[in-house]
Design a protein around this ligand. Sequence first.
Ligand code: NCD
Length: 312
Amino acid sequence: MASPRDFNGRDILSILDFDREQLEYIMDVADDIEQHMDRYRGILTGKTMAILFFEPSTRTRLSFEAAMKKLGGLTLDMGEPVRASVEKGETLTDTVRVVQSYADLIVLRHPMEGAARLAAEVADIPVINGGSGAEEHPTQAMLDLYTIRRCKKHIDGLNIGILGDLRYGRTTHSLAYALSNYDVKLYLISPELLRMRREVLRHISSRVKVYELDKLDEVLPELDVLYVTRIQKERFADESEYMRVKGSYKVTLETVSRMKKDAVIMHPLPRVDEIAVEVDSTPNAIYFRQVYYGLLTRMSIISLILGALPAK
Ligand code: NCD
């Protein structure tokens, strides 16, 4: 059984560092937070979270900030980085060394793969990876799992499609790893150029049934969950490669009409053009509820890492 001891003082660098019981525990605490918000208010009084974001963000930044403040803690946001100096890497470790004198916890987003691990090596306080280049986004995967559990009541037994940029989309890597703890079938749907990273594919294929497809059509009627992602334009080294895949898939009302009645459509957001806005008002679209579940999940994560659960 997982317990609060598993989390106290711990980093969150990769979703692979957490087993199924620990992931379930984080979700159980998120449930408890929603049901007993009063007990959690103020449990982080006197604690400070440093937010070091070297890449743009709306949800991750704001939801960590909102989560911390709802629990009574403070946030220190570094603000806009001067990219030229941070991309050398050296400055990142110096920044982390400095910031840990002001804070109890660091949330880091950085364009470099391995950045969170590097920060955790020099930091004496816990580091949460808020996105490390195209590699991973572990807390997004935790909130994605929680959203599936909330909306479908269980995760085992589901057919789950992950659509879009599986090559550069860090949310898809962390989510695929996370789902491989469950008894699910995973359908990875993307243009050839945006296929799932081989290292992720190898890992998940040894644990669950995985199918790689070019087109959504054949599996659409089977899916219980469709996780849609944006093409990560900013990560293409070659603009002409991006132009080849731009606009290659789109979820529309017609797509929804061919899905199971109770199938759900998720998206980590921001959406660009891969889901038509008309889909938003269908009962299948749950991407804005996913944002709310993200807040609960991040409240759970922060309280656990800072060892501050309320007495029962
Ligand atoms: C994602 C990210 O930053 O990786 N956004 C998020 O955190 N919700 C997805 C994206 O940018 O496409």
